[in-house]
Every structure is written in structure tokens, then in C-alpha cells.
Design a protein around this ligand. Structure first.
Ligand code: PCA
Length: 223
């Protein structure tokens, strides 16, 4: 009997904004390392899980294109993109991608769009298709700080989330996909380690492979 292969594409970002590291890429690589060793919780719950990674440029014009090329190349069954949200103190499970670019600082190519669409004429917003409430519960039970977030901002991370969700709809690929922001895991006051964030991503993957609807319980926040 052959085991079905379930491919997860995990992306992180290059450094930006004056830092010489981006912990999102460190986390993606750590999850992929554990996957190669068959150490993931996801692999204990589901056979045949393999993880590939891509490091995205922090550039409005290229990030989404590199992501779409990786999807075409890898044909994943799930896509989780990771990014850094410096100054936050919890993992942020992003619920929504906005069709809006408004950059507080120039991207790594020097572009600084203001009030431009990600995809002209497309929907205003698209929702993550990961099982976020189930994942939030499970990650919190593991002891890590985690929140649902209703704004991924309007910089390159939001751009990637919106592009990802739009692309999967446009190409009729019904696979779970979404975005997780991590705090600055290398800061002195980091609320968790790269290893712990990798465990949280593993749990997010495990919960998002469950085919049942997401948990139904109120979990909204004021902002
Ligand atoms: N964080 C930025 C872009 C790249 C990253 O890691 C953001 O939150 O938009």
C-alpha cells in the first residue's frame, strides 16, 4: 500500500527594516529540519507529510510572484507563510488579507506604495482558510502566547497573504492556506524561541490538515 504524500509549502522572508535577520525564515527552516527527521507532531497524526520551504523577498513586486512560482513548482496541499511582526509579544494567526498596499517604510527594492491595490479590481479582503481557532486553542494549550489577528498590516506580509489566497481561488486550488506573524524571536525580551515557534507552526499544520470545520466559539477582539 502506498502512502499518500501531503506537501506543505512553508515560506519565510528575507531580512528587512534594518535588521540583519528575519526569524520567520529561521522558523520555516526549523520546521523543515524536523520534517526531514520525521519529528513533527503533524507526521505522528498523519502519514506522508513533507515540508518544503521558500524564502520570499521583502519586495511588493516580487514576493507574490516568487510565492506563486513556488506553488506551481511544489504543488503543495497546504501553504503557510510566516513573517516578522517586530514589537509584538505573541504569535499572530492572521485571519484576513486586504487588497491594499500602504507601506510605512520602503521595501527592499525601494518601493513605497500608498493606497494601491494588491490585485486591481479584485475582492477587498480574503479570509485565511487555515483552522485558526482550533490552532489557537492547541498552541495556547502547549503554553505559547498566541492570538487571532484581524490585520496583517498593509505591508509586504499582507501582500503575500492576499496574493496567496487570491491565487488559490483563481487557480481553483482548494487547499488550506494562510499566514502567521511571529514576534522578534531574537530580541532580548523575546516571548518565545525559534524552536517554540516551530512547534506552534507544527500544531497549526496539524490542525489545518483536519478536514472538519474550524471550531465554533467566539474569539473576536476589539482590535
Ligand atoms: N514582515 C513584514 C514583511 C516581511 C516580514 O517579515 C510585514 O509584516 O509586512
Amino acid at each position: 500500500m502506498t502512502t499518500e504524500t501531503r506537501r506543505v509549502l512553508l515560506t519565510g522572508f528575507e531580512p528587512f527594516g534594518g535588521l540583519d535577520y528575519n526569524p520567520s525564515w529561521d522558523v520555516a527552516q526549523e520546521v523543515a529540519r524536523r520534517a526531514r527527521l520525521q519529528e513533527l507532531t503533524t507526521q505522528q497524526e498523519l502519514s506522508g507529510v513533507v515540508v518544503s520551504t521558500a524564502c520570499l523577498p521583502v519586495e511588493f513586486d516580487r514576493a507574490g510572484e516568487v510565492l506563486k512560482a513556488a506553488i506551481t513548482d511544489q504543488q503543495p496541499d497546504m501553504v503557510i507563510s510566516l513573517g516578522l511582526a517586530a514589537g509584538t509579544d505573541a504569535l499572530r494567526l492572521e485571519r484576513v488579507g486586504l487588497n491594499l498596499r500602504d507601506a510605512r517604510i520602503p521595501d527592499n527594492a525601494g518601493n513605497q506604495p500608498d493606497d494601491a491595490p494588491v490585485v486591481p479590481g479584485a475582492d477587498t479582503a480574503l479570509f485565511s482558510t487555515l483552522r485558526l481557532k482550533a490552532a489557537q486553542r492547541r498552541i495556547a494549550e502547549a503554553g505559547f502566547p498566541v492570538q487571532l489577528s484581524t490585520s496583517a498590516g498593509t505591508y509586504v506580509c499582507n501582500d503575500v497573504l492576499y496574493t496567496l489566497l487570491h491565487h488559490l481561488i483563481a487557480t481553483e486550488q482548494q487547499i488550506p492556506a494562510g499566514f502567521l506573524h511571529v514576534p522578534d524571536l531574537h530580541a532580548h525580551s523575546a516571548p518565545l524561541t525559534v524552536s517554540e515557534a516551530a512547534t506552534a507552526v507544527d500544531l497549526l499544520m496539524a490542525e489545518s490538515f483536519v478536514t472538519a470545520e474550524d471550531e465554533a466559539r467566539p474569539a473576536g477582539s476589539l482590535h
